[in-house]
Design a protein around this ligand. Structure first.
Ligand SMILES: [Zn+2]
Length: 215
């Protein structure tokens, strides 16, 4: 049994039984399936639309990211003078953009499923939102856990609004992705830096069950 599978089983105990829909209905191909490009575009558009409405509801204005940058291996954009890494996705506060290794993400998408895209991208948008809010957090782990919670809350809101629809098997897929790719940005297995897998799954579940206000 791989560590990923063990983590997925742990996550099964934490998340509700409700199916999680990860399909954007307007963007199906002829077989009724979303393409990778559709899912990436959908995850970005829906995440930003959610936050735009969320900010507006409290009289604030969400600031959309400046850019959404696919890259290949070591060819990613620098952030604040720091080079980007292959097999990664990240939010850069210096340029207020999100970048992702496209082939790496496509591999996750095809091997595990579209849940990978719908976890990674909302997580990164969680960091983009943090940059626009006053946070009392001092530790990186708190920011990471909150971004996990924001990702869960974003999915919850999109499912509740009907923007995402349920498909059989999505729940297991989401859980597997949460375990395998919940935070691809750093050494996410390092408990000192990002919280244990259980903490991260619990944070995601808090947002998923109670919405982003629980974050
Ligand atoms: Zn992160």
């Amino acid at each position: 049994m791989t560590p990923f599978v063990r983590l997925a089983l742990a996550a099964l105990l934490l998340l509700p039984a409700a199916a999680c829909g990860l399909a954007t209905s307007p963007s199906r191909d002829r077989r009724g399936l979303d393409t990778f490009e559709d899912d990436v575009r959908g995850a970005r558009t829906l995440s930003e639309e959610f936050w735009k409405q969320y900010f507006a509801a409290s009289g604030a204005t969400y600031r959309p990211i400046n850019d959404f940058v696919p890259y290949s291996g070591a060819d990613g954009p620098a952030c604040g003078g720091q080079p980007s890494a292959p097999n990664n996705a990240f939010y850069c506060s210096a340029g207020h953009f999100i970048a992702y290794d496209e082939e790496w993400m496509r591999t996750l998408w095809s091997r595990i499923g579209d849940g990978s895209v719908y976890l990674i991208i909302p997580h990164e948008f969680g960091h983009a939102v943090q940059a626009q809010m006053d946070t009392a957090f001092e530790l990186n782990v708190q920011l990471e856990l909150q971004a996990d919670c924001y990702a869960g809350g974003t999915l919850r809101a999109l499912i509740d609004s009907g923007a995402l629809t349920a498909e059989p098997g999505d729940e297991e897929e989401l859980l597997l992705n949460l375990a395998a790719a919940g935070d691809p940005t750093d050494d996410w297995l390092d408990p000192a830096a990002h919280g244990t897998a259980e903490q991260r799954q619990r944070s995601f579940a808090a947002g998923y069950t109670r919405g982003v206000d629980a974050c």
